[in-house]
Design a binder for this molecule. Structure first.
Ligand SMILES: [Zn+2]
Length: 509
């Protein structure tokens, strides 16, 4: 219902003038509502034949069963006096001083009883007597347009609105500001006390707040609770008559109405709404895209993991992923790579030495001229058993010069005979096909050694590592899991790193 502003200055009006304007507004509202609903009056009395959804013809009597409104609206709709009156409730005749008593029984308004009040008032001898009768019943001297309708009791139809009575009314307007005041004056104990009381019955809680802080609960929305049980019994759960759902729509509609020239506004409002909807969708698409990009890196990792997990039914603790190029002759690969990067220097010879040293049986059968073919990989999944809870964990380790636009050479823990954990940085991963038909999985790594340099403040368990410039070949089954190191400075060529063992309990143990 639109708010009708007083065209004169309300502050300069006398009480009588204010009352007169309030009465005038009431009359206008009732006349407008009567006009709006006039088509239903006849039908509510005599009914109308209608083919229902079940295919049966029925006589339907139209009526208004639920009104969901806020603030002054129920008073205007019901022709009652406003919230500050002696009897402000649109549903019953509760007195202003009894509004806090939500367990009380008060005489309900009915069309018959209210009509009787008007009749009585019309017989009053003096103006003052008439006014007194009306005031004692919280009424204006107006006939309600619904009194002549069947199945439409305006007082019964007015329903408890959770949005305005609970969220914005009792809490937002009355208790929340009080709470802020109290918190400003007291310490956290006051908050705790209030919270404790809130667990008790609501009525008791209100009484306590009233005693302690002098907060009067004689306001209409507090009293509205007392009608909730009956409302629920007659109309179902409170969401059936909450304005919560249509409030947003109404605000949007009011906004688009404000943008029209007020003439045949419906069509203009539709166009504005269409545009708003399109803008909202574009915004949503952009937001979703941003979110998707953020998640892309993560999702790719997960996909990689899933693909690899499917394949990894073998007993090995590692599984390569992201193959780089095709399987090629080791000699060709070594020459090509050595041109670009010193860490691949004499890779062919080193690999043959490695085989000779670690796999003598294989080395005996192998001639120097025999070709070894290698497939390079950029990622490996390491499976390990956590020493924290003995569950199986996996680490996805990358050695990729262009991982989402940046270098990514992860560090791993190497299982060797050293007393402390050995750490190395992955440079490359190879699967070598030997002339005998066997395959050998190797990692090319930079080992970390214990550094001579120490920070000025050495803490318990502080380990500084030095990244060796030379690379070494390591069998894949020596790789345990991922490790975390942190460069000592932000210099690009920093070779000193702190070993971080305090982030994950598993590494710490
Ligand atoms: Zn009431």
């Amino acid at each position: 219902m639109p708010v009708i502003e007083d065209p004169s200055d309300p502050t300069s009006c006398s009480v009588a003038e204010k009352e007169e304007f309030a009465h005038f507004k009431q009359e206008i509202y009732q006349k407008v509502l009567k006009k709006v609903f006039q088509n239903l009056k006849q039908r509510s009395q005599h009914g109308e034949a209608h083919c229902c959804a079940d295919g049966l013809n029925q006589v339907l009597h139209l009526g208004i069963l639920i009104e969901s409104q806020d603030a002054e609206e129920p008073a205007y709709f019901c022709g009652c006096r406003a919230a500050s009156a002696h009897h402000p409730c649109p549903k019953c005749l509760v007195a202003q001083s009894d509004l806090h008593n939500i367990l009380g029984n008060f005489e309900l308004r009915t069309p018959q009883s209210m009509r009787a009040v008007l009749t009585e008032a019309s017989k009053a001898k003096t103006m003052a007597a008439k006014e007194k009768i009306l005031k004692d019943n919280g009424m204006h001297n107006i006939e309600h347009f619904l009194w002549d309708f069947r199945f439409s009791d305006p007082y019964k139809a007015y329903s408890y609105d959770t949005l305005h009575s609970d969220d914005l009314g009792k809490w937002g307007k009355h208790l929340w500001p009080l709470l802020l005041d109290v918190l400003e004056e007291h310490n956290g104990q006051a908050f705790y006390d209030i919270l404790k009381q809130a667990l008790s019955v609501y009525q008791k809680c209100c009484a306590a707040v009233e005693r302690e802080y002098g907060k009067s609960f004689n306001f209409l929305k507090q009293h509205a609770c007392s009608h909730v049980p009956q409302d629920i019994r007659e109309k179902g759960t409170v969401d059936n008559f909450s304005t919560c759902y249509s409030e947003g729509f109404q605000q949007e509609a009011a906004q688009s109405f404000g943008q029209t020239n007020m003439k045949e506004a419906e069509h203009q409002m539709c166009i504005i709404d269409e545009k708003q909807e399109a803008i909202a969708r574009i915004c949503m698409a952009i937001d979703n895209d941003k979110k998707a990009r953020l998640n892309l890196e993560l999702a790719e990792d997960i996909n990689e993991r899933e693909v690899l997990d499917l394949e990894s039914e073998s007993s090995t603790t590692w599984r390569f992923g992201s193959p780089e190029g095709k399987k090629m002759n080791l000699h060709v690969v070594a020459v090509n790579l050595a041109n670009d990067n010193h860490r691949y220097r004499s890779l062919d010879e080193r690999l043959r030495d490695f085989i000779a040293f670690n796999m003598p049986k294989e080395a005996v059968q192998m001639q120097f001229e025999d070709d070894i073919y290698v497939q390079r990989y950029k990622c490996v999944i390491l499976k390990y058993q956590s020493v924290e809870d003995w569950t199986e964990g996996t680490d996805i380790m990358h050695c990729n010069p262009d991982f989402h636009g940046r270098h990514c050479f992860d560090c791993v823990i190497i299982h060797d005979d050293a007393p402390k954990l050995s750490v190395a940085r992955l440079c490359d991963l190879f699967c070598c096909s030997l002339p005998s038909g066997k395959t050998l999985d190797l990692a090319l790594v930079h080992h970390f050694s214990c550094s001579q340099w120490k920070p000025r403040t050495v803490w318990d368990g502080c380990r500084v590592l030095y990244e060796e410039p030379d690379t070494t070949l390591v069998r894949m089954d020596y790789l345990v899991r991922g490790a975390l190191v942190c460069p000592v400075s932000e210099q690009a060529d920093e070779k000193f790193y702190y070993f971080i063992d305090c982030i994950e309990p598993d590494i710490f143990l």
